[in-house]
Design a protein. Structure first.
Length: 252
C-alpha cells in the first residue's frame, strides 16, 4: 500500500499555490521547494501544511529531482504551482493508494485554461504527463525546458485530469514565450544545433498551420487562433535567440 509525497517547485506563486495544495488532499505529505519567492508563496504554503525547503535555481528538472530526493516517501506526485488535480483524479488517487502499484509510473491527461476558456484542441489536449512515479525507478530529465519523467518500467494511465491554468492574456503569453525561448535557444546552442535558412523561413508558419489546422485549433475559436500564432512566434523567437548566441560566440 504506497504512501505518496506530493512535490511542488515555486517562485512567486502566491496567486496559485493555495489552489494547487488544496487539490493534494490525498497525498501523505506535501513538499514545496522554493527558489527565492518574495510575494508570500512560502508563508501560504506553510500555512496550508506543506513542508517548505529553499533551494537555489538550477533547472526545472533539477528542482523537481531535488524535491523528490527530499520527500519522505518513494512514490512522488509532482505538480506545478499553476496546476491542480481535478476531483476525478483526487478520488482515484485515494483508491489507488489502497492497492499495489502495477507500474513504475502513471500518466494523467492535462487540460489547459487559456485566456478564460478550457482548450480542447490546438495540440494542447490531452497533453499526457507522467506525474506519479516511483523515485527508485524514475526521475526528471531535461537540461533546460521540456522536462519529463524517464522510467525504467511500465507506465500506466490514471483517470481524471491535471488542470493547468496557463495565461490570462496575450501579454502574459508573450512574456512566457520570451522566458522559455531564452531557455530553448540556450539548450540548442549548448548541443551545437544549427538552423538552416530554409528552416528559419518555413518552421514559424508551419507552427501556425500545425496548431490551427492540423491540430484543430480552429475549433477553439479565438483562443485557438491566438495559440497558433503564438506557436509561430515561439519558433521565430527561439531561432532569433539561437542566432544571437552563435553570433556572440563567434565574436560578431
Amino acid at each position: 500500500m504506497p504512501s505518496v509525497s506530493a512535490t511542488i517547485i515555486t517562485k512567486n506563486e502566491a496567486g496559485s499555490i493555495e489552489r494547487a495544495i488544496r487539490s493534494l488532499g490525498a497525498a501523505d505529505e506535501i513538499v514545496v521547494v522554493d527558489c527565492g519567492s518574495t510575494d508570500g508563496t512560502v508563508d501560504a504554503a506553510k500555512r496550508l501544511g506543506a513542508r517548505v525547503l529553499e533551494h537555489p535555481w538550477e533547472s526545472f528538472a533539477s528542482q523537481k529531482n531535488f524535491a523528490a530526493g527530499e520527500a519522505g516517501h518513494d512514490w512522488i506526485l509532482s505538480l506545478d504551482a499553476d496546476e491542480e488535480l481535478n476531483p476525478d483524479a483526487r478520488d482515484f488517487l485515494r483508491a489507488w493508494k489502497s492497492s499495489l502499484p502495477g507500474a513504475a509510473a502513471y500518466r494523467l491527461a492535462r487540460r489547459a485554461r487559456y485566456c478564460g476558456r478550457w482548450i480542447r484542441h490546438s495540440g494542447w489536449y490531452p497533453d499526457w504527463k507522467i506525474r506519479l512515479y516511483d523515485r527508485r525507478r524514475g526521475r526528471f530529465e531535461g537540461a533546460y525546458v521540456h522536462e519529463s519523467v524517464a522510467t525504467d518500467g511500465p507506465v500506466g494511465t490514471l483517470p481524471g485530469e491535471i488542470l493547468h491554468y496557463t495565461c490570462d492574456s496575450l501579454a502574459e503569453h508573450r512574456s512566457r514565450i520570451e522566458f522559455y525561448t531564452d531557455l530553448a535557444a540556450r539548450e540548442m546552442f549548448d548541443h551545437n544545433e544549427g538552423v538552416s535558412a530554409l528552416e528559419r523561413l518555413v518552421m514559424p508558419p508551419w507552427g501556425f498551420v500545425n496548431a490551427y489546422f492540423l491540430r484543430l485549433g480552429v475549433l477553439d475559436g479565438a483562443a485557438g487562433f491566438n495559440i497558433a500564432r503564438m506557436a509561430a512566434r515561439y519558433v521565430r523567437r527561439k531561432y532569433d535567440k539561437l542566432e544571437a548566441l552563435r553570433a556572440q560566440a563567434a565574436g560578431r
